[in-house]
Design a protein around this ligand. Structure first.
Ligand code: ADP
Length: 253
């Protein structure tokens, strides 16, 4: 049996009269990569930001690593890592200086070079965020989630807008972080990404969870229901062609 690290029960979020999250319940297991999938406006960010203690909820109960969100939000903040948007970084500081600044804010003693190594950005230590490529920016923002050595990290669309090599690179990084024992919750619009990375996914639509399962079981259930693709699937797709022609090497560095 896997241990529950996040438990969400009957979570409701109203913005005025509009109910954006309609009494959803789910658990996240310790050490898993858990995906929140759903169309724009489904309530994914709202749900994540409530768990991250960044937004208030209307009702429901949430516990994170045994801490109650209502009474122990400060304890929760200490053990989670939340991805900042790159626009939130002080533009005048380089990567090392930013990490040192955040470590100071978290009251953590972090070896900035080691952390940059982990996300393959040692060469960019003296660069400013605006000088990084899209993939590098994402890797840096993931590095900042790790500063407080969190038990759980939250990644909101970590690979949106990246080229195929940079996406694969990010997937490896996320898998490495999980191998180190960190639980990962992410949102994505890429189904191939969810299938490859996530142990389980919750599909949210119009504020409700309509499925929660392993990607494999979801696909098997659909096939068992008699679903067939209209035409036979080719053994490769255009992305495979792209990667095969241009290679897996990262071009951004
Ligand atoms: P997702 O992340 O799945 O795209 P969101 O959680 O951002 O969805 O939004 C869910 C719904 O709540 C959307 O209809 C959105 O317009 C609405 N919403 C989000 N934030 C606010 C807000 N601060 N005030 C009013 N409505 C909001």
């Amino acid at each position: 049996m896997s241990n529950t690290i996040i438990s969400v029960k009957n979570l409701v979020k109203k913005y005025g009269d509009f109910e954006a999250v309609k009494s959803i319940s789910f658990d996240v297991h310790e050490g898993e990569i858990f995906g929140l999938l759903g169309p724009n406006g489904a309530g994914k960010s709202t749900t994540l930001e409530i768990i991250e203690t960044l937004r208030t909820k209307t009702s429901g109960t949430i516990t994170v690593a045994g801490f109650d969100l209502d009474t122990q939000a400060n304890e929760i903040k200490k053990i989670i890592g939340v991805q900042l948007q790159s626009s939130g970084f002080y533009p005048g500081l380089n990567l090392i200086e930013l990490i040192n600044l955040f470590s100071g804010l978290y009251n953590e003693d972090v070896n900035a070079m080691e952390l940059l190594d982990k996300v393959n950005l040692r060469d960019k230590a003296k660069a400013k965020v605006k000088e990084l490529s899209g993939g590098q920016k994402q890797r840096f923002s993931i590095a900042t989630t790790l500063i407080n050595n969190p038990k759980i990290i939250f990644l909101d669309e970590p690979t949106t807008g990246l080229d195929p090599q940079a996406r694969r690179n990010l997937w490896e990084l996320i898998q490495d972080i999980r191998k180190g024992g960190t639980t990962v919750i992410l949102t994505t619009h890429y189904m191939d990404e969810a299938e490859l990375l996530c142990d389980r996914v919750a599909i949210i639509d119009q504020g409700k969870i309509i499925a929660i399962e392993t990607p494999d079981n979801l696909v098997d259930n659909l096939v068992a229901s008699g679903f067939e693709r209209p035409k036979e699937v080719k053994k490769a797709n255009l992305e495979d062609v792209f990667i095969s022609l241009t290679g897996r090497t990262i071009r951004e560095d």
